[in-house]
Design a protein around this ligand. Structure first.
Ligand SMILES: NC(=O)c1ccc[n+]([C@@H]2O[C@H](COP(=O)([O-])OP(=O)(O)OC[C@H]3O[C@@H](n4cnc5c(N)ncnc54)[C@H](O)[C@@H]3O)[C@@H](O)[C@H]2O)c1
Length: 439
């Protein structure tokens, strides 16, 4: 099938590449000329495990191409995906500027029937707006389908090629069948393709992300209570999660959720509820809890040093909002580093993939270290913000020697408190017993 994906970001690039991988003829379009030029030269502008090899193979096979020319993409394809960003606007709603613009351009470029698939996460009712804009710009027939994306950054290829389910929201059987056909190679293992109306598909995405965000805020508040009452969230998580009705996933205590999806999607659905005369109190609390949780590691640091932070140096391991990605959108590390800087501290950072992204945020206000241990040299303490696998088994003797004081603030509960204590560290995890030497 001939496919065009408009918006070659985390979602569009992965989707386009995976559609090419299953034999389709795909053109990925973006307004960002530097991004398209990089892709044409074989350089992948984002870090996503396995993506580079897949792109290379499909480009070589002639099934995957990149362009900034919308008309080329739209005329090429039967199915056109809209996968542009829908960032948060100032009032918490989703900014649909890019979606509107793309819809207009699609209408202007169409030269026959097209299936327009909204893959971006969009507020309920956006399909009507897209339909309206396209019909104002073309006389050709088309259908609008909603196909929300559930991939996780860091495991996006795996998620796309082996989805739990595919959601197809449409009002027309022909369009629904075309999109189902496109996805059928990924669902041979039995994953269902759920066909529903457009609004339900739009709602499904928000409901899924909000429920996951709710679990995270819930477990973080339980963790905070664990600290207050002397319980251990690691035990509680197991005791709770092994209940088959609840399950183990999304029950890790930490520094709160970040990324480009959960924060904005929770706020967007709160906004949609308001517009419809409803007050989504639960999700407001989820959002507030998450904002508080992001400040938790800094509060522990400040408390440990009795508020005297000026002139201290901190090593920070992990910048990305989660492991296996370079994405720092709404990453908890950002707030922590800004707080440390505003209190007169020196910050030395290491992340396996996100250092270039961090450089765009912090410039030369912090120092960047390719080797994790270099970020610790002469530091008053280590703060962990992302649970990269490579941090799990460090040379603790070396860590202790490099730090001025053996103090670790662990926002991701990477290590056992008792073992850290035995090795001579003062250790401050989330929701687990802390260890304080020389107290
Ligand atoms: N990142 C994720 O893990 C994820 C998962 C599920 C859903 N989503 C949703 O998918 C959508 C895209 O997210 P993303 O993370 O890929 O965003 P992104 O910012 O990585 O990519 C968006 C791309 O769209 C391009 N773009 C903007 N305006 C354009 C235009 N007029 N024409 C062509 N290209 C244009 C941008 O240059 C950018 O490359 C969002 O709605 C997001 O909520 C994201």
């Amino acid at each position: 099938m001939r496919v065009c994906v408009v918006g070659t970001g985390y979602v569009g690039l992965v989707a386009g590449t995976c559609f090419a991988e299953s034999g389709n003829d795909v053109i990925c379009i973006d307004v960002d000329e530097a991004k398209i030029e990089a892709l044409r030269q074989g350089r992948v502008p984002i870090y996503e495990p396995g993506l580079e090899e897949l792109i290379k193979r499909n480009v070589e096979e002639g099934r995957l191409a990149f362009s900034t020319d919308m008309a080329t993409g739209i005329r090429h394809a039967l199915v056109v995906f809209i996968a542009v960003g829908t960032p948060q606007a100032d009032d918490g709603s989703s900014d649909l500027t890019a979606v509107r613009k793309v819809a207009q351009e699609i209408g202007q470029c169409m030269d026959g029937y097209r299936v327009i698939v909204i893959k971006s996460t969009v507020p309920i009712g956006t399909h009507k707006m897209v339909k309206q804009i396209i019909s104002e710009n073309t006389t050709h027939q088309f259908d609008v389908v909603n196909n929300p994306e559930f991939m996780k950054e860091g495991a996006a290829i795996e998620d796309f090629l082996k989805p739990d389910r595919v959601v197809v929201g449409c009002a027309d059987d022909r369009a629904g069948e075309i999109v189902k056909d496109l996805y059928s190679p990924f669902c041979r293992g039995g994953a269902p393709i759920l066909v529903m109306d457009n609004a339900s598909a739009e709602m499904t995405k928000y409901a899924a992300n909000s429920l996951l965000a709710t679990r995270i805020s819930f477990v973080n508040d339980v963790a905070n209570l664990c600290e207050a009452v002397g319980a251990d969230i690691a035990h509680v998580r197991q005791g709770v999660g092994l209940d088959k009705r609840l399950g183990m996933s999304f029950l890790y205590a930490g520094l709160g959720y970040g990324g480009s999806c959960f924060p904005k999607d929770v706020r967007s659905i709160i906004h949609t509820a308001n517009q419809n005369g409803l007050d989504f109190e639960l999700l407001k609390a989820v959002d507030e809890t998450n904002n508080r949780q992001k400040e938790r590691l800094f509060a522990k640091i400040k408390n440990y040093f009795n508020g005297s932070l000026e002139g201290r140096t901190f090593g920070v391991w992990g910048l990305a909002f989660k492991p296996r990605t370079d994405d720092m959108r709404e990453a908890p590390a950002i707030g922590l580093i800004e707080e440390l800087l505003s209190h007169g501290c020196t910050v030395k950072v290491h992340d396996p993939e996100a250092m270039e992204v961090a450089r765009a945020i912090f410039g030369d206000r912090i120092s960047y270290h390719q080797r994790s241990y270099d970020a610790l040299e002469g530091a008053d303490a280590l703060a962990v913000c992302t649970e990269w696998n490579e941090f799990r088994r460090p040379d603790f003797d070396r860590v202790r020697t490099l730090l001025k004081e053996p103090v670790v603030f662990d926002g991701r509960n990477l290590w056992e408190p008792s073992q850290m204590g035995d090795m001579g560290f003062s250790y401050f995890p989330i929701g687990r017993p802390s260890v304080k030497h020389n107290a």
